[in-house]
Design a protein around this ligand. Structure first.
Ligand code: NAP
Length: 295
């Protein structure tokens, strides 16, 4: 689907590779996973410079190199702007954000190098940086775009005001944010209203609450699981499909990042794109999440 007016075309479900290093796959197995995802219609990949302690992009690049024709069939999203304290970055002494021109350019160069590609389809500023100078970021974006190194730009975890600020200096096509049946602030803090107003489809991370959905033993978790199980039975699908369909049902047309390395779970995310929940079902899940009916 087209992410925003004049924006890139991405698959509705993206393969999120935050946990790629944890899956302990050989390069050939990583490639097989991506090819299976593509066969399911997932052509878009979500990465970040910091994933896997600065290793995930290289692990993915290693797999891509085994199938040179594959890159053109994929859209690669990556992020930058966080500096982690990590053995792979010995110069970093405190975790902080850096949206300075030099860091953005250097970070993208490193991402391209590790991924083994000439361009990113989409680059996101990973977290809002209180020291962000919007003009400086826009200048770096312009330079990367003119050099053909990044095609489109966006933000992640930005408030509506932060998004508005950066969008006033350079075109943005998405805000990548958290939303799930266990985490609903984006529904009424203005984030999704802004996405709909601008027709910039949001990208959703932790749509299954990072796996907490399946184990959370608190009252909210128990309530939500009970309602998901009931609705799942009606539709003859799993609760994970219903939880993903709940996110997809929002009128801002969200895209969902699946975070699993199991093809069965990835298939469930794709299945959710075929299921449109009724208003009654959607609100029953919201009520289970918040602990009561809407006013
Ligand atoms: N922009 C940001 O700030 C940000 C933040 C976080 C994540 N992200 C992106 O979003 C992607 C997805 O995030 P996420 O990994 O938190 O998403 P998620 O899909 O909510 O969670 C994935 C986790 O849930 C587990 N899981 C999935 N289905 C399950 C099931 N049926 N039963 C039990 N466990 C299940 C997975 O384990 P298995 O692998 O065993 O299935 C995995 O550990 C990341 O890869 C990353 O690309 C972005």
């Amino acid at each position: 689907m087209v992410l925003a007016p004049g924006g890139p075309e991405l698959s509705r479900i993206l393969l999120g590779l935050w946990r790629l290093g944890e899956w302990q796959l050989t390069p050939a197995q990583r490639l097989a996973l991506v090819e299976q995802a593509v066969a399911l219609g997932i052509t878009s990949i979500d990465q970040a410079d910091i994933y896997g302690g600065y290793t995930s992009e290289a692990l993915f690049g290693e797999a891509l190199a085994l199938a040179p024709g594959l890159r053109q069939r994929l859209q690669i999203v990556s992020k930058c702007g966080i500096r982690l304290v990590h053995p792979n970055r010995p110069a970093h002494t405190i975790k902080h954000y850096d949206t300075g021109h030099a860091h953005l350019i250097a970070s993208v160069e490193q991402s391209l190098n590790k991924l083994g590609t000439d361009y990113l389809d989409l680059l996101l500023i990973h977290r809002p940086d209180p020291l962000m100078e919007a003009d400086e970021v826009a200048e770096a974006f312009g330079r990367l775009q003119r050099a053909g190194k990044v095609r489109y730009f966006g933000a992640s975890n930005f408030t509506p005001a932060q998004f508005e600020l950066l969008a006033s200096r350079h075109a943005l096509v998405t805000n990548q944010i958290e939303l799930s049946v266990l985490h609903v602030p984006a529904l009424d803090d203005g984030t999704l209203d802004q996405a709909q107003r601008l027709r910039c489809a949001p990208m959703i991370w932790s749509a299954l609450a990072g796996g907490r959905l399946f184990g959370a033993a608190d009252a909210q978790g128990l309530r939500v699981r009970a309602v998901l199980a009931q609705i799942a039975e009606v539709h003859a699908v799993t609760p994970a499909v219903i939880a993903t369909a709940w996110v997809l049902r929002h009128p801002s047309r969200p895209l969902v990042l699946t975070g699993s390395g199991r093809i069965a779970a990835i298939t469930e995310a794709v299945a959710a794109t075929q299921l449109v929940l009724t208003r009654e079902e959607w609100f029953a899940i919201l009520a289970a999440s918040t602990g009561g009916e809407v006013a």
